[in-house]
Design a protein around this ligand. Structure first.
Ligand code: PLP
Length: 392
């Protein structure tokens, strides 16, 4: 009998991949499935980025790169962050190029998590936070993100959960799975309150920072020099540039942690695929018109999705201001989240994700990704409507 390490039984997963596999299995049986489950843009990576990746391969960029990333790419990340957030403080020496946004969260959580430590994380939130915290042996402390707060949080919600055991706080705005955002005045208050807790690190997951609607403005934690010595800022190319499969992410680390994070890179993956890094450079420095077009499409789909969902019996959906997810309240349907996810896939041919896949506070909700065509979204919501009418 093989004896696995204890952490393996505590490691969770991301249901989106399981739902995708089930949806594909049903398609292979000839069933028509509309997938509103996976969190990735349905667009192709813009052509000039693909060209840059191919050129890098043709030009012979086939070897290892520095573990922390190609210097030109780190410089471009620093320039892009300084420009986008109206700051001058991001130094390329503190930037790490990693194979996807997930790697930053894994490194940050493993760096601080161990038995006896507590880590505060958003719930409902990206499932990998809770999974990795448990894997590390630390105690996960959920920060409830409630519908009545627009699925954002108040500074006090976070501060009141800090104990002498708290090592790390994870925040995510704009958020997966809800599309909720946190307003600047709450971030101001949180940063002020954190002055009393100098031993607590913050990981701010800002992977959806360029996906905002209705004139909302992103407030990066990078704007607060008073926490720069304990902030890990996660961002990347996956969502903004439709590059999920390239596995390109980046993070900004404090001076005291960047060496540790780089050593983790050397131990785990050596460096990120060289041609992908050159493609990432082209994304940051090249034209942005394709990104702007994608955002126009996402915005149209967002409005359509919310208005159609609100017509369904037993369903209500608040307007999300970021990312590409809606998080409808399904409590009026009489279904629990997981039961509705399963029934919709099996009986209505619609793939969605149960709110509980994002944590216990997701009960009573469903995650709908509107990264799909208006036609497909319309068809999926029509199918959900027919299913719910029949079950009334
Ligand atoms: N952070 C959040 C909140 C996400 O939703 C995702 C992906 O869905 C990631 C990070 C990971 O992104 P990547 O595909 O770059 O690893």
């Amino acid at each position: 009998m093989l004896q696995l390490a204890g952490g393996m039984s505590r490691l969770g997963t991301e249901s989106a991949f399981e739902v995708l596999a089930r949806a594909n299995a049903l398609r292979a049986q000839g069933r028509s499935i509309v997938a509103l489950s996976i969190g990735q843009p349905d667009f192709q990576t813009p052509a000039h980025i693909v060209e840059a990746g191919m050129k890098a391969l043709k030009d012979g960029h086939h070897g290892y790169t520095p573990a922390n990333g190609i210097p030109e790419v780190r410089q471009a990340v620093a320039d892009d962050l300084n420009r986008r957030h109206g700051i001058t403080t991001v130094d390329p020496n503190n930037v790490l190029i990693v194979p996807g946004g997930k790697v930053t969260m894994y490194f940050a959580i493993m760096m601080f998590g161990e038995p006896g430590a507590e880590i505060i994380y958003p719930n409902p939130g990206f499932p990998i936070y809770e999974s990795t915290i448990k894997f590390s042996g630390a105690t996960p402390v959920p920060l409830p993100l409630l519908e009545e707060n627009g699925f954002g949080f108040k500074a006090e919600d976070v501060l009141s959960r800090i104990t002498p055991k708290t090592r790390l706080i994870i925040v995510n705005s704009p958020a997966n799975p809800t599309g909720g955002i946190v307003e600047k005045d709450e971030i101001d208050k949180l940063v002020k309150g954190l002055e009393k807790h100098p031993n607590v690190a913050i990981m701010s997951d800002e992977i959806y920072s360029e996906m905002l609607y209705d004139g909302k403005v992103h407030t990066s934690f990078l704007k607060y020099p008073q926490i720069a010595d304990r902030l890990i800022m996660l961002d990347g190319w996956s969502k903004t540039y439709a590059m999920t499969g390239w596995r390109m992410g980046y993070s900004v680390w404090p001076k005291s942690l960047i060496e540790h994070a780089t050593r983790l890179c050397i131990n785990v993956h050596s460096c990120v695929n060289a041609s992908a890094q050159w493609a990432g450079l082209a994304a940051l420095t090249g034209p942005k018109d394709e990104v702007a077009k994608m955002m126009v499409a996402f915005d149209e789909r967002r409005r359509f999705t919310v208005s159609e969902l609100n017509k369904l019996p037993g369903v209500s959906c608040i307007t999300p201001y970021g990312a590409f997810y809606a998080f409808p309240n399904i409590k009026g349907t009489g279904f629990k989240s997981k039961a509705l996810e399963v029934a919709l896939l099996d009986e209505a041919g619609v793939a969605s994700i149960a709110g509980t896949s994002f944590g216990s506070y997701g009960e009573g909700y469903l995650r709908i990704s509107y990264a799909n065509s208006i036609e497909n979204i319309g068809e999926a919501i029509k199918r959900i409507g027919s299913f719910l009418e029949k079950r009334k």
